[in-house]
Design a protein around this ligand. Sequence first.
Ligand code: ADP
Ligand code: MG
Length: 473
Amino acid sequence: MTPSVKEQSAAEGMGSPARAACEAVLERARRELPAPAFNLWFADLLPGGFRDDVIELLAPNAYVKNWLAGHHMDLMTASVREVLGPKVRVKLKIERAQRAPDAPSTTVARPTRGGPRRDQPSLDDVLGASPFPDRYTFDTFVAGPSNKFAHAAALAVAEAPPSKAYNPVFVYGGVGLGKTHLLFAIANHMWRMAPHTQIRYATSESFMTEFIKAVREGKGYLFQRQYRDVGVLLLDDVQFLARAEETQTEFFHTFNHLHQHERQIVIASDRPPQELGGIEERLRSRFRSGLVVDVQPPDLETRIAILQLKVMRDRLAVSDDVLHFIASKFENNIRELEGALLRVAAFGSLSRQAVDLDLAERALEDLIPESGQEIPAAVIMEETSTYFGLETDDLVSKSRSRPLTTARHVAMYLLRELTGLSLIKIGEQFERDHTTVLHGIKKIEGLMPARGSTYRQVQDLTKRIRARSRGSS
Ligand code: ADP
Ligand code: MG
């Protein structure tokens, strides 16, 4: 039986050559690599045996071992030679001790969602058969001059995968202009029309989080299966891969694998490939190699059409001249445009009045956005907690008392409407996941037309937040 690391290290003593060499490797890696890379690949490296000019270094799992062998052999060899002499070679092994069946492990016997011989937790649980949000479909998307190419490309992908002519499809444009909507429209369409196609939607943030977690837990292969055994990969908000070098490398290989196997890739981004700072050139050139399409702010007619569709679907009683008024005031962000309609309708419902121009003007007073104003999340968190007589920490806390929950939900709603943050990023503000955030937002959307206090809270806060960000600019 292989002796455990503890036994070996004990036998060799603190000052062993293997240990000294391993420390030299760690020191150099820490110096030369960015901290996240060091933590990911080197932090768990241990010294093994040293015999016949061969030094063993022990990686926590096969995935890390293979990565180190493929990317950092030079670094490791150079640093052990500084300590042990020029003839020494490095041999990477997997650390057996951790694999012993009686070693404590977090991966054993976690309940999974049925299916035989699935002893792996998490990745599947997280990603599983997540149904895509059903309000984002092609039926609910209004095509116009500002988005017609992106719309056509998305439809082409959804109807005829894998679309070899357009692969990847790269959609870019500003916040709230329908990129995520189009990705989910593809997913929903294919979910119905091509039920045998595996569809994976992910934001680049969740791709990164899952990747890091998988490497930590020695489940890199599982992660790769999740992203490579798919017919279509929809990657949202790719700009967040900036400066995450390890994740970019992983995504590069994922991309190549899918592309070579004629699987469809659709990417959304807040800017065009050439402007993606902090992203490797080889990835950017991959992004440019297919079809690159943009979404622009919609013209007035399209904005009116979007509102009309929403009025029809939600059975709101709002006349065309009011829609025209709203559409003329909210130009740059469709999420805000929809938010404005919701508030007007809520105000009408609460005051039991027909929604006319006068009422719409009152409901939207002081709410009209300044173009190009970015509202920091911290301002929303601060204003909301102050408004409710709380500390920001209270919003983040785990307490589920009624007033706290309400304040938290209002903050989530305002973050969604007033900033470009994704649900995941909003969740981070509260140390919660994106489904919790979505639940909170829906809660407020439902309460606004029904409960005057909620409506007032949201309105008052929006005014304060907008006033403050105007004042500080
Ligand atoms: P992005 O991902 O570009 O930031 P989203 O896809 O999240 O924007 O869109 C913001 C909101 O606007 C969503 O509620 C979406 O349904 C709506 N929306 C965007 N474009 C359109 C459109 N062309 N037709 C109808 N609704 C749209
Ligand atoms: Mg989006």
